[in-house]
Structures are given as C-alpha cells and as structure tokens.
Design a protein. Structure first.
Lengths: 600, 360
C-alpha cells in the first residue's frame, strides 16, 4: 500500500451474514458520499436466507471511478471464514484487520500488515452486547480513515432514530468506544485517509434503485412485477413509491401475467413496465412476440443472473443477451439497451420508455446482478437532465379511414388509445393482420407486415438519439480494440488505462444499444481494428456471436462464468497476451472446450 | 359442486375404514426412519418449514414405499439441498418455479410405464410434490389445479409460510390481510396487504382433489396421519402445512409453538381434513382440533412484527375478526354434527388420550 494515500481507498468487509458487515460498509459509503467523493461498491450475498458468508467491497476516490477495484487496501474480517475467503483479494502490502482473541489461524504473508482488534470484547465490555461489534468496528474504521465524527454520529441517528432512544444510545456508545480505542491503542501508521472535498455531496443509490427512479422520472403509470432475485428491489421500491405519485403497482402471480399486464396497460395508452431476471424473461418471451406483433411499447428491465434455469440466483452473468435480442418464436423486433453504470441504469430506463413509445415495440434494459446491487455515487443533477419524450403520431381526421398499422416510410403507424371518441376502434391481435388490424394471411401480407415491423428497427438505427449511445476511449489509432457491454465496461476502462500506461496502445468501445447493433460508430471502429477482443461474462460469447454475424469479424473472446465480475487484471492479462507481451496464460480446461467448439 | 356430508350422516368415512392404522409401529420395519430430513439443513432458527418437511418426509418414509419428490423452487428447496442434500434415500427432482405439479405428473407417468413394463412392482413408489405458497398459490397454481383435475395418484404438500421469503419477503396469494411485506408496505395510502388470501384447500377441492387437509408441524401425530392418509388414498391429494417463518413474520425465533397455538385459538388456522367423493357428489369434512378456548385475533397479531401496523387500525382488525367468526359458523355446524373431534396431538401412538400441558 502506498503510505497514507489521501482519498484513495478500497475497503473490503467480510463476515457472517447478519453480523452487520453490510452496515459497516454501507455507513462508510454514505459518509464518503456526503464528503463529495466518488464511490463504487461490490457485494456478494449468501445463497442461504439467513447466515452464510457475505462480503462488501467499496472503493472511494476523488476521481470518477468505473470499477470497485481488483484488490482491497484494507480487509476487515469478522470471522475466520471471512479471512480465508478474502485474503487473496487483499493487496500484498495491504492491511488485514481481524477479530483478536479468536484462535483461528491467520495466513501469513510478507509485506502484509496485521491489525488484530478485539471488536467483540470492546462491544461486550462497553455496550454490554456482542451484537454491537459492527458499530465498534465502524467507530474504529472511522477514526483510522479520518472520517468526520459528526457525520458518523448523524448517520447513526438517522438509522436508529425509529428504533428508539435506547437502541440509538447503545449504538452511539459503541461508536464512541470504537473512536476511543482507535485513538488510544492503534498507531495511525500507513492507512489511507479520507478528507472532505469542496464538491457538494452526491446521491448514493444502487442500480436497482436507479432503474426504479428512472421509471418514476420517465412517468411510468403502471408497474407489474413478480419477485425474483436480483431484481426484486426495483419492484419493492416502486411498491412504496409509485402509488405516491398516482401510479398503479400490481404484483402478479407470475411473470407471464406481469408482462401481459404491461401489454394491456400499454394498449390502453399508459406507460407500463416490469422488471425481472433471466427465468422471468424466459417466461415472458411469448408476450414479447405479442408486443412486437401488436406494435405496443413496453419496458422490461432484466437483471441478469447465472443461468440456465434457476442457475446462480445471487451471482452475476451476462448471458441473457441473445434471449433479449431473439427470444420469442417467429421474428419479433425489439430494442435492447445495456447500461454500464448506476447512473446509466437510470438514464437507460428513461430512454427505453422514450424509444419504446416512439418505435412502438418492447425495449429491454439489460442489467446484471453486479450492477443491480452495487452502490454508486451519482451526481445530484441526474434527474434534471432527464428528457421525457411523448412522440405524437398524425392520426388523420377521418376516423373511418383510420388504419392502426398504416404503412409509412419509417414503419411507425398512428397509435390511438381505446376510448378516443370518433370511431377509431380497431382490433389488436397477435394474428398477422392487415393495415386496419384485421387478421389476414394473404400471400403478400406477411411479407409486407414483417418488413414494416423491421423497418422501424432500421429507422431507429438512424435516429440521432442512438448516435450518442456508445462510449469510446483509449488510443484512437491502436491496433487492438476491445468491445464490451454492460457492467464489464468498468474493468475494461481500468484495464485500458493500465495497458496504455504500460505502453500497449489499445482502444475500446462500449455500445449501449445492442439491438439494433447497426451503429454508426461501430463500423469505423471495427474497420480500424486489427485485433478485436470481446470480454464477456458468459460462456459462449454472445456479443461476439452478434458481431460475427452482423459484421463478419472474427473477435478474440475472453469469457468467464465465475459468478463474479471481471477484475481489470484479467482483462489486462488478455490485452498483454493479444499484444504478444506475455505467454499464454489462460490454458485452462474451459479454454480448450471453447476451442473445440470452434471459438477462440 | 358437491354436497357436504357429515360423519354422523354416513357412519364412518368410506375412505378411512379402508385404511390401515396410519402410523405403523416402527418396529415392523427393518429400516426405521426416526427423522425425515437428514442433518445439515440451512434453515433459519425457528423455521417452521424445516420441521414440516422433516415430519412430512418421516411420515412418507414410514409407508415403506420409495419416495420420489418433485420440489419447486423456494426456501424449502434452498435450505435442504445446498452444499449437502438433507433428503436421505429420496430421489429429488428440483424443477422450475411454475411446474412442481407438472413434473410430478411426469414422474408418475414414468413410474407407471416402468410398472407396465414389469420393471418395478406396483405400489412401490410414492410420488410427492412439495412447494411453497408462492409456488402453489401463485405461479404454480395452473399446473397444480390441472394435475388435480387429471386425477393422477400422488401427494402434493404446500408449505405455507404466507409470503415469498426466499427472495426477500414479498407478498404472495397466501399473505394474510393487512400483513406488511416488502411489496405491501404500510403508509398513508397503503395499509399492508389489501387482499384476503385465497384458500388453496378450497381451490383443490373445487378441482377435484380426493383428499385435502390442513396441518401444522406442532401437531405431529395429526400431521403424520394426514400425510399417510394422503399417500394411501388413490388420486390427487393435497396437504397444506402452516409454517411459521421468524424472519418473514418478524417474530422471536423460539416462539414457533406458541404462535401456531395462538393461530389455532384465534381460529385463523383451522386443522381439518376433507374426503371428496366427487362422482357420488359428496364430501366429508372433519375438524381435527378444537382449541380449549377461543381468543380474539389481536392476540395472534400482537406476536408478529408484520402485523404491528395493522393493530393501529381497529377497523381492519375487526374485518379479520368478522371473517374468522363467519367462517367458524361452518365449523360449528361440522362440530355439532360430528360431535367433539378427537384431538390427535394429545393422543399417544396408540390413540390413547394424553394429559395436556399447555405452555400458554
């Protein structure tokens, strides 16, 4: 660790779920956000309902950050399992803070600093209950990292006010005990230090909260949902807050019903959405086809988790891309967006509403478990920059001539809501239909209507809104180019920066709209790239598949399905390998399987 | 629909008279399952569901048939299968959320085909489906009712803890009126769950289940008898187990027995069984447990954090009380017709009365 760095800290707290591990890390996050620092977190959940190992990592910086950090500077472990599971994630010169007095063996490593602290004993002696050890730890960490004491006190007051004065007093006692212990017993030494900045404090939210706030900002009228990890928080947030602004929240009996509810509300002219994860999206895929056929807007947030089937419910993966793009029988066009940060999750949900309504088709926002559960600071101006578009289509003045599926240049037809006076009634059907909406299966009509539906996707690709939906960074004329999507963009950005510092020219592009993939900036990027690398958190390389088939390129793949996000180190090693700077490092069995399948 | 008959009108129940004494002497078996689940489950402290599953499995194993279980996603699946399987000598087919009953059908069909081909002796396998309230009341309801309607042989157990506990306590079709969950919050506009929950045993009867029962893991003997009866009666049978969930209901973890007992005394939970003779057009209702005294529903609500806010609205509590009273009119009729019911919990293994020691 660099000696006493200022405002650069990666902290990992680990222990048993229910010990207050998350409370400690979460409190440090909130104080850092109020100090105006940038922040990103990563947390794992146990699969058990109560108990089981859990961990939260947070990274604080004065500069904007895109990733929660590869290695922790400081690891706080409340139990033996916490040490053993996370020791490898501690930087070589890092500091291990652990429960003193337990006879658990502590792995020894040269260069690592060890700081045993009797959290439990302090909690028992001063507060009178071992359960307060997390608050004692918070006090000690607060002191060590130089967090303002009044911020911490205020935070605890907010958190425990409703639990009663006695609970609050106990917690404050624990906090002050921590302060005192750190003051008297711990040498300040080499630990990083956090200082308030002149910037105003930031909003702190998870990806799920951001998506829910985005929906509110976009003026969602109806939400239909069914509980599924890791997207349930979106539904829980809207259950509380949507009725407050006059919206309707409905919990349905399954995902089919949820998306069908969205379909009904959308037909009736209201902005409607649902949120789910992979298994739910699988169930929804039939209605996705119906939405494409009946040309109705809908927004679906998919927080991806490990699959297939029940898979890894609490772990991350990027394996629903092809399902999102192609899922459903027949050919059903839809929009697929992929945010890379918490802020973008908010913005993308708004954009999804706008695009879905304009192009009259479902829009899927692909998040993943990492993004859904990560806390990140967001600038307070985010909501004022959101634009809501309610595109209006010319419906003509003669109701008798109204054609719901009128053929137009863009493919977009006039949409009239039920109950509009003056004879605008039409049949909305999943059967193939003519311009008026009446079922028709003539020789030509299916071809004409299929072309009409896909025309909208072509029009969307030319839309100026879409032009800005890709970020590019790195050395512009580099031979090695990386294309990635979703939350993988964070580690890629770090890896690119590190590679450039090492003298390897590399560039990267992150398309945030994945269907249609025809992107004005993608073509020049691909044509100027000699070695294309596509890192993805899935086994087969789903974006690679799309790129191969759309642009006839041969990307080099970097795939991982470990259930945890990439480290920037993983990507950096691959860049070095592609650049010929290092020997083959990934000669694992999964690589051989991929090669035998004809993939690199 | 069917006509409700009472035991007194037809003498003993035709089904029951055919059955052997359900809980057999364990001494008759070479292999004596003293417990259903083997060690190592990961349930929370005070989980009623683990106890239910344990006793259900034990009762099933005691029938001497090989148990094949189709289990739906949910708490029960998570806590009994992760890292170590707690199912012992039971073949477990964990499927997706909506299709516990459909997979049960598949298991049964395969078994029947094996019997027909002479590869398995008839009557050697017991097909059981186990799912939670979310998997039975909501997403799995279609499959469940269709399975019942097909009339296949099997036992379906619904472990009812009254919400989606596995994904973070969201309300389900079984969540009680006025209960707070993460999707039925309390505030100025919302007052907890606005719906009166549907009653799965009634739905199952309407679909044509041969035997339907409500049981509780606290009443061991009653539960065991019901499970074994369900296993022996041909055709689709359903048993719902009332399962206390301390984290979801926000209760103390050592309060499992008392909460169940309060649910019974407030009559929010009624232990009963129904034998349906659909073709003949009648059903026989039996009340299995009559509490020694009745209490107002508040007494039950007071024990659980999920009802904390509900108690602030006396008119909502009144609604529940009225519902309970009205429903009991039916059970008073059953009582009047059938005489005092036997309290199986207070019987020993041979059915002799046991002195009652209430902790309340």
């Amino acid at each position: 660790m660099k000696q006493g760095t200022i405002n650069e800290l990666t902290l990992r707290v680990a222990g048993e779920s229910g010990e207050g591990v998350i409370t400690v890390a979460d409190s440090v996050c909130r104080v850092a956000a109020r100090m105006g620092l940038h922040l990103a977190t990563f947390r794992t959940f146990p699969a058990e309902i109560k108990g089981g190992p859990c961990m939260m990592q947070l990274r604080v910086s004065e500069q904007p950050i895109f990733h929660h950090g590869d290695y922790a500077d400081v690891l706080v472990a409340f139990n033996e399992e916490g040490i053993l599971n996370n020791f490898d994630s501690l930087r070589n010169e890092g500091t291990l803070i652990y429960e003193a007095g337990s006879d658990a063996p502590v792995p020894q490593r040269k260069g690592t600093h060890y700081l045993p602290i009797p959290f439990r004993r302090i909690a028992v002696e001063i507060v009178g209950s071992p359960g307060s050890k997390n608050i004692v730890a918070l006090g000690i960490l607060g002191k060590l990292f130089g967090l303002p004491q009044d911020h911490l006190v205020k935070l605890l007051e907010e958190r425990f006010r409703r639990a009663g004065q006695a609970v609050l007093d106990n917690n404050l006692k624990g906090l002050h005990a921590g302060f005192r212990y750190a003051e008297e017993q711990v040498a300040k030494s080499q630990l990083p230090c956090l200082q308030p900045t002149s910037r105003s404090s930031k909003l702190l939210m998870t990806g799920n909260e951001a998506a829910a706030i985005g929906a509110l900002a976009a003026g969602v009228d109806c939400f239909f949902g069914y509980p599924i990890t890791p997207s349930s928080e979106i539904m829980e947030y809207l259950a509380k807050n949507l009725p407050r602004v006059g919206g309707r929240f409905l919990q349905t009996e399954d995902e089919i019903s949820a998306i069908a509810g969205v379909c009904g509300a959308s037909w009736a002219g209201r902005r409607a959405m649902t949120a789910t994860s992979g298994p739910g999206l699988s169930l929804m895929s039939e209605v996705l086809g119906l939405l494409s056929m009946t040309e109705l807007p809908a927004v679906i947030v998919d927080s991806q988790r490990g699959g297939p089937s029940t898979g890894l419910p609490t772990k991350t993966e990027q394996s629903d891309l092809l399902l999102s793009v192609y899922g459903s029988h027949g050919e059903a066009p839809r929009i697929v967006l992929a945010p890379t940060t918490v802020r973008e999750s908010l913005e993308m949900v708004v954009l999804a509403f706008n695009l879905a309504e304009k192009y009259q088709m479902p829009a899927i926002v692909l998040m993943d478990q990492t993004l859904s559960s990560r806390l990140e600071t967001v600038d307070a101006d985010v909501l004022s920059q959101v634009k809501i578009l309610h595109p209006l289509q010319e419906i003509g003045t003669v109701p008798q001539q109204y054609r719901r599926f009128q053929l137009t240049d863009s493919g977009i037809s006039p949409r009239v809501f039920p109950g509009t006076p003056g004879g605008f009634e039409y049949i909305s059907t999943g059967l193939e239909h003519n311009e008026r909406g009446d079922p028709a299966y003539g020789e030509k009509i299916h071809t004409i209507m299929s072309a009409k539906r896909y025309k909208k996707l072509a029009a969307l690709a030319q839309d100026p809104i879409v032009a800005g939906l890709a970020s590019t960074f790195g050395v512009e004329d580099a031979e090695i180019g990386i294309i990635c999507w979703g939350s993988t963009a964070g580690p890629v950005r770090e890896a690119v920066n590190r590679a450039i510092k090492m003298g390897i020219p590399v560039k990267a592009m992150v398309p945030k709209i994945l269907n249609p993939l025809v992107h004005t900036e993608l073509k020049p990027f691909l044509s100027s790239t000699r070695k294309l690398l596509v890192p993805e958190m899935n086994f087969t390389g789903q974006l690679s598949t799309l790129l191969r088939s759309t642009y006839l390129v041969r990307p080099l793949q970097l795939n991982a399905v470990k259930g945890v996000p990439f480290r920037s180190q993983d990507i950096l090693e691959k860049i070095q390998q592609v650049a010929g700077r290092s020997r083959e490092t990934r000669q694992g069995s999964e690589q051989q399987v991929l090669e035998s399948l004809g993939m690199e | 629909m069917f006509k409700v008959l009472f035991n007194s009108e037809i003498g003993t129940s035709p089904h029951s008279s055919l059955l052997p004494e359900p809980v057999l002497d364990p001494g008759e078996y070479g292999y004596i399952p003293t417990t259903g689940l083997t060690s190592g489950h990961q349930g929370c402290t005070g989980c009623g569901m683990v106890s239910s599953t344990n006793q259900v499995l034990r009762a099933l194993k005691l029938t001497g048939r090989y148990v094949v279980a189709s289990i739906g996603t949910g708490c029960n699946e998570v806590i009994t299968t992760q890292n170590t399987s707690c199912w012992g000598k039971v073949s477990v087919d964990h499927n997706n959320f909506p299709n516990t009953a459909s997979t049960l059908s598949g298991n049964r069909a395969a078994y029947e085909a094996l019997v027909e081909a002479g590869l398995l002796p008839p009557g050697s396998v017991l097909n059981v489906g186990i799912a939670g309230d979310g998997g039975s009341y909501d997403i799995g309801l279609q499959a469940l009712l269709a399975w019942i309607a097909r009339g296949e042989d099997g036992v379906y157990i619904c472990l009812n803890n009254e919400a989606y506990m596995n994904t973070g306590i969201q309300s389900s079709g079984a969540t009680p009126f006025g209960a707070k969950t993460s999707t039925t919050p309390f505030g100025k506009r919302a007052h907890g769950n606005p719906r009166t929950p549907q009653h799965l045993p009634d739905l199952a009867l309407a679909a044509g289940a041969r035997y339907v029962a409500v049981a509780s893991p606290v009443h061991h003997r009653d539960l065991a008898i019901k499970i074994q009866k369900a296993a022996l009666i041909p055709g689709p049978c359903l048993v719902e187990c009332f399962s206390v969930c301390p984290p979801g209901w926000n209760t103390e973890t050592d309060f499992f027995y008392e909460i169940t007992e309060l649910a019974l005394r407030t009559r929010l939970l009624v232990l009963y069984e129904v034998e349906l003779h659909r073709a003949e057009g009648y059903a026989i209702y039996t009340l299995n447990y009559l509490p020694d005294r009745f209490l107002p529903v508040e007494e039950y609500f007071k024990t659980q954090g999920r009802f904390k806010n509900l108690l602030r609205y006396p008119e909502m509590v009144e609604t529940v009380q009225k519902f309970v009273d009205r429903r009991w009119e039916f059970w008073s009729e059953v009582l009047a017709q059938n005489g005092a019911s036997r309290n199986r919990r207070d019987e020993d293994r041979l059915g002799r009365a046991k002195p009652v020691q209430s902790r309340l």
